[in-house]
Every structure is written in C-alpha cells, then in structure tokens.
Design a protein around this ligand. Structure first.
Ligand code: THU
Length: 131
C-alpha cells in the first residue's frame, strides 16, 4: 500500500543533511521496501566531483547494507523549484532491483508525480546483454 506522503517527508528530512558545498543543490531520497521499511539517503559531494554520490544511491546503499533489496517505491525531493528526476546512473542502479519500482518526484507531500521506473529507463542494460 502506498504511503507517499510519509516517504516524501522522510526524504525532506534526509535532504537537510545534504553535503553539497559545490553545487549547493540538496537532494533527499526515501526508499520503501515491500515489507514496509523506509531507508533514506542524501547527496554527498566531494572535492573530486566524480567521487560524489547521489541521494538515491545513498538510500540504496543504506537499504542493501541493512539486508533489504525488495523495493516498492522511492521518493525524491530537492532544494530546487522543480521535480528532481533521478540521474541515469541512479536509474540503472535502481533497475538492478526491479523494473516496476515507483519513482515519486515531489515538490512537497501534496505535490508529486509518480512514474514507473521502466518508463524512466526503457531498454536498460542488464545481465542478458553480457552474453
Ligand atoms: N543529485 C542527486 O543526488 N540525485 C539526482 O538524481 C540528481 C543529482 C545530486 C548530485 C550532486 O550532488 C547534485 O545533485 C548536483 O548534480
């Protein structure tokens, strides 16, 4: 059962911890597992820019580290004015754990749009492509 409001609030809370001294763009994410657990993440930048990690992958790392990999949905918020779609790398990393994860892009708990991950990443690269 969806509870996007709670996910968005948790993502907003995580966003407050963003370490983004270079872009000044804060992002927060909250993953919900199929068994009803929540894992949050925020973006963590680095002076070597390529070493930065996005909020979504930060949340995935947290969930996997806690033994959870069956995801129902992810909510994403940012300090920007518009919805913050996940970057290509985060789409690919999310898709490792399911094509039907709901991706909730939110400006607030009342203002959000929902996509299916497969809409955002058609024709993903997967194991079968390595044959
Ligand atoms: N960022 C995310 O955390 N998630 C996204 O999907 C888009 C970009 C972060 C990375 C970087 O810290 C900042 O936003 C600007 O790109």
């Amino acid at each position: 059962m969806e509870n996007y409001k709670k996910m968005i609030e948790l993502a907003q809370s995580a966003m407050k911890n963003s370490y983004s001294p270079y872009s000044h763009f804060k992002v927060g994410a909250c993953l919900k597992t199929v068994n009803g657990k929540y894992f949050v993440g925020t973006n963590i930048e680095n002076s070597s820019y390529g070493a930065s990690i996005c909020a979504e992958r930060s949340a995935i790392s947290c969930a996997i580290s806690s033994g959870e990999k069956n995801f129902e949905a992810i909510a994403i918020v940012s300090s920007g004015d518009d919805y913050c779609p996940p970057c290509g790398i985060c789409r690919q990393v999310l898709s490792e754990f399911g094509d039907n994860i709901k991706v909730v892009l939110a400006k607030s708990p009342q203002d959000y749009v929902v996509y299916n991950l497969s809409e955002l990443l058609p024709h993903k690269f997967f194991e079968g492509d390595m044959k």
